[in-house]
Structure formats: C-alpha cells, structure tokens
Design a protein. Structure first.
Length: 219
C-alpha cells in the first residue's frame, strides 16, 4: 500500500520544507495543471525538474493538461519516476503510454469520473498504473465520490486475472474516512492532499493512512 501526498495542498512558497515533512511517503504526487484541460493553473516543467532534484522520494507527476502527446515525455526527461496523462486529453493514449515506457519511466493513464472504466481496461497492456479520479480534476479539498468505487473493483479483477504489474491509484477526497473503501475495492496507491497537509504531524498521518489501507488488505 503506497501513500502519495499531493503537494497541491502544500505551501507553494515552502515546497522543499513541505516535501521533507512527508519523508515517510512512498511517492510524491505533483499535479501539473494548465488552466485549459482543467480551470486551475499550478506549476510546470522547470519547477517539476527542481522538485525531482530535491525530493527524497520518487516523483509521481499527474498531468492535467492539454496535449500530453507532446508534453508527457518532457516530464519523464525532467526526472519523474511516474507520469500520468489523462485519457480524455490524449490524441493517442496508447502511443503516449508507450513513449513514456520508452523514456524509462512508469506510464500511467487517468480517467475522470465521467469516463467509463472500459477506456482504462483497454490500455492495461501498455500502462504501469491506472489513476481513477474520485473528484472532478482541477482543485484540491473536494469530497470523495463513492460512485467511482466499482471502477476499482473492475480494474482489480482485470489486473489480477492477467497477473500484470499495474498499480491502481486513487486521487480525490482520500482520508482516514475513505481510504479503507478504496483499499477494499482493490486500490493500492493513494493520493492524499488536505488530509495529510492539514494534519499537525504529516508523517504520522502518512503512516496512519498506510496502516488503515494495509489492514484492509490483510483482512
């Protein structure tokens, strides 16, 4: 069970400090938003490159941008461990995934709440992770959408049936109250923003979330 704090909820004026405050995390989730694919605007390639250089854990870049066909590999070249692009934004999702793998990083596809799970199932041979959005992408702090849980169940069944090494990630509204639901449905990689960065002891919250998810898996 992997915990990925989202720096969308961190203090952008003190990013290095806030990254070190979650040093117990497995990976660090970095949202890149362009103000077009989603209405919000965050950070871009030069900042991500610096984060990759200073972070003590691997960087998981989530591209909420138009034209990932052009931009995804550039984030791989910047030092990311994993690059996630949106199925809805890509002209050729399979080609984007293959180009990321060729660049030596984990390739991941994300689907929005309104996108059928079949779109992700079609790409399982070419990706290393699937990200199911349990909020509408673009802003942190939104409420978890429980109606997305069946997507995890469908993907977990398909992944287990093939024996593929594909991670199943959730992003949106993850907290102590919701993480067990996704873990029980088959999720294994959990993005949490406000739940972690709103805690007084952020590393303790990382460990608590991981233990809840692992407890469900052991059960």
């Amino acid at each position: 069970m992997r915990i990925a704090p989202s720096i969308l909820s961190a203090d952008f004026a003190n990013l290095e400090r806030d990254i070190l405050a979650v040093s117990d995390a497995d990976i660090l989730h970095v949202d890149v938003m362009d103000g077009h694919f989603v209405p919000n605007l965050t950070l871009g390639l030069p900042v991500v490159a610096r984060l990759c250089a200073v972070a003590p854990m691997p960087i998981d870049v989530h591209l909420m941008i138009e034209d990932p066909d052009t931009w995804a590999v550039r984030y791989a070249d910047a030092g990311a461990f994993s690059v996630t692009f949106h199925y809805e934004a890509a002209r050729d999702p399979r080609a984007v995934a293959r180009s990321l793998r060729a660049a030596g990083v984990r390739a991941s596809v994300a689907i929005k709440p309104g996108t059928p799970v079949e779109r992700a199932l079609e790409l399982l041979d070419d990706v290393d992770m699937v990200l199911i959005m349990t909020v509408e992408p673009g802003f942190g702090g939104q409420a978890f959408m429980a109606d997305q849980v069946p997507k995890f169940e469908a993907l977990r069944a398909a992944i287990d049936a093939t024996g593929a090494d594909v991670w199943l990630q959730v992003d949106g509204g993850i907290s102590r109250d919701t993480i067990a639901t996704v873990a029980l449905a088959g999720g294994d990689t959990f993005v949490a923003g406000s739940a972690i960065y709103g805690a007084q002891d952020r590393n303790a919250e990382v460990r608590a979330l991981r233990e809840i998810a692992a407890g469900v898996a052991r059960g």
